[in-house]
Design a protein around this ligand. Structure first.
Ligand code: SF4
Length: 116
């Protein structure tokens, strides 16, 4: 009887640990391949629709009144690249890389980040 309780508890703990580890391992795997992602073409239909540019200093401020100097892919919540890397992944453009210096209309600052 108590053996059954321990087994169930062990199974439940194992399942919870597995569930907690899965997203972390998915993120690690995604980061490992981010450097290999083909860079998104700003002329790509989705990139164009979101106003993506490789160089945030070239954002058309009139067309993008929400843009503020210092907003970069590198400090955006959707960016999955490593700190200091020139390029990385972005959750908005799966399978493509973006420049750390880039920007698009769905930019949201990473919690704790500062505009750089
Ligand atoms: S969502 Fe963020 S990281 Fe992705 S392209 Fe736009 S600004 Fe860059």
């Amino acid at each position: 009887m108590s053996h059954d309780k321990i087994s169930r508890r062990s199974l439940l703990q194992g399942a919870l640990i597995g569930l907690a580890a899965a997203p972390a391992s998915a993120l690690l795997a995604r980061d490992a391949f981010a450097a290999d992602l083909p860079l998104i073409d700003p002329a790509d239909a989705q990139a164009k629709a979101l106003g993506y540019v490789h160089d945030a200093t070239k954002v058309d401020a009139k067309a993008n009144p929400n843009y503020k100097a210092g907003q970069l892919c590198a400090n955006c919540i959707q960016y999955t690249g490593k700190e200091g890397a020139a390029e990385g992944g972005c959750n908005i453009f799966p399978g493509k890389g973006v420049k750390a210096t880039g920007w698009c209309k769905v930019y949201v600052i990473k919690p704790g980040a500062t505009l750089g």
